[in-house]
Design a protein around this ligand. Structure first.
Ligand code: HEM
Length: 396
């Protein structure tokens, strides 16, 4: 009998999610549990997870209680985000933004992303010890997304507080306090972006906000949708990328054989990042609600049931991946679900991939000699995301 308390669940997932996923998968790949506030189905089977993410009968919704009036700002803005919209609204919104994130568009960003990585690493490489999470990954991902969105240099420092507060308020472990803080942060961000939108309306620059403001008349986001999209990009596009970069370096440093393979053969970088995405997926869980009764792998999911898709579990399902618990940077094909699947498939996947590839290549180019301070790191108490508190490495 598995203990169903939320604290035990959070503890197990924070400590070692993969043995917990295995434990519930061995009972059923679509396991009925009540770990979180709303009881539901915990999906750790790859095939089942993939089917659910592609099936629009499983709908998305804002992850906040509907009954309270206390968190109006955050609730209202989340309800305008494509991540929490269902068809047909979702498609319209996504179409208006997606041209900014195509692989061809991202390809054009390579030179400035490389420059950001190189300049930042140059400021760190002579230190004896650094925290990869805050000193490198966080600054790097902030500078990149800020440049893309069009956030002026002097305002970039606000990212850290915004991102940390907001991620805490959307994780399934959220407390009332974190939602209240998330609400304050949202108000701060809204006022910041309202100002920025005004400035860009008057004098457009070469950035995403200007582009979205000045699309043709019939292709326009409302002001609220533009605000919501800006906030979404900070949450969705930043924290997860910080974690992908940090987790990738952690995986590589923990497995010296794979690390040296990559140093000897840098062209493996793309496959290596795919394996990091699979092995320590930055997003571990996404939620849906069944809009009608659905039968799936001999379980009856009822209309209104909550469904928790454990991406991190699906990506370690040995029915799909041979030697699923082995970190192998030459794994190919690697059809992981780290970016989700179906209509909500991550809009920023091309950008995230390029950022991680460039970040890791930059570090490996400059430092053949980099060591983890401790083999075991502390993970933040989140169940939807896989995020280290810090990761100290010695250089030279
Ligand atoms: C390693 C980095 C990233 C990971 C692991 C990741 C993961 C995901 C996942 C799993 C989803 C689907 C959520 C669901 O189905 O409920 C998603 C959606 C999304 N992601 Fe990412 N993401 C990353 C980076 C980014 C970046 C860099 C951006 C943009 C700058 C971004 C923007 C979005 C947006 C806008 C959505 C919503 C798409 C929609 O609803 O149609 N993400 N992401």
């Amino acid at each position: 009998m598995i203990n169903q308390s939320k604290d035990r669940f959070t503890y197990k997932i924070t400590k070692n999610p993969y043995s917990f996923y295995e434990e519930i998968r061995s009972i059923h790949p679509v396991y009925k549990g009540s770990f979180l506030k709303y009881p539901g189905w915990y999906v750790t089977g790859y095939q089942e997870a993939s089917t659910i993410l592609k099936d629009n009968r499983f709908q998305t919704r804002i992850p906040l209680p509907e009954t309270t009036k206390k968190y109006e700002a955050i609730k209202h803005i989340q309800s305008q985000m494509m991540l929490f919209k269902n068809p047909p609204d979702h498609g319209r919104l996504r179409k208006l933004v997606s041209h900014q994130f195509t692989p061809a568009r991202i390809e054009k960003c390579h030179p400035f992303i490389e420059k950001i990585a190189k300049d930042l690493w140059n400021t760190l490489k002579d230190k004896k010890k650094i925290d990869v999470v805050s000193d490198f990954a966080f600054s790097f991902a902030s500078l990149v997304i800020a440049k893309i969105i069009g956030i002026p240099d002097e305002d970039k420092h606000m990212f850290r507080k915004w991102a940390l507060n907001l991620i805490q308020s959307i994780d399934f472990t959220r407390s009332r306090r974190s939602i209240v803080e998330g609400n304050h942060t949202t108000l701060e961000m809204l006022s910041f972006f309202k100002d920025l939108i005004e400035k860009r309306r008057e004098s457009p620059q070469d950035d995403l906000i200007s582009d979205l403001l000045h699309q043709g008349k019939d292709r326009k986001l409302t002001e609220e949708e533009l605000l919501a999209t800006s906030v979404l990009l900070v949450i969705a596009g930043h924290e997860t990328t910080v974690n992908l970069i940090s987790n990738s370096l952690y995986c590589l440093l923990k497995k010296p054989k794979e690390y040296h393979k990559l140093i000897e053969n840098p062209s493996l970088i793309e496959l290596a990042i795919e394996e990091c995405l699979r092995y320590e997926s930055p997003t571990q869980m996404v939620a849906r609600i069944a809009s009608e009764d659905v039968e799936l792998n001999d379980v009856q999911i009822r209309k209104g049931d909550h469904v928790y898709v454990l991406i991190g579990g699906a990506n370690r399902d040995s029915k799909q991946f041979s030697n699923a618990d082995v970190f192998d940077i030459t794994r190919n094909p690697n059809p992981h679900l780290a970016f989700g699947s179906g209509i909500h498939f991550c809009l920023g996947s091309a950008l995230a991939r390029v950022e991680a590839q460039i970040a890791i290549k930059t570090i490996l180019q400059y430092e053949g000699n980099i060591h983890l301070e401790t083999e075991e790191v502390e993970w933040r108490e989140l169940v939807g995301f896989r995020a280290m508190k810090e990761m100290h490495v010695h250089l030279k």
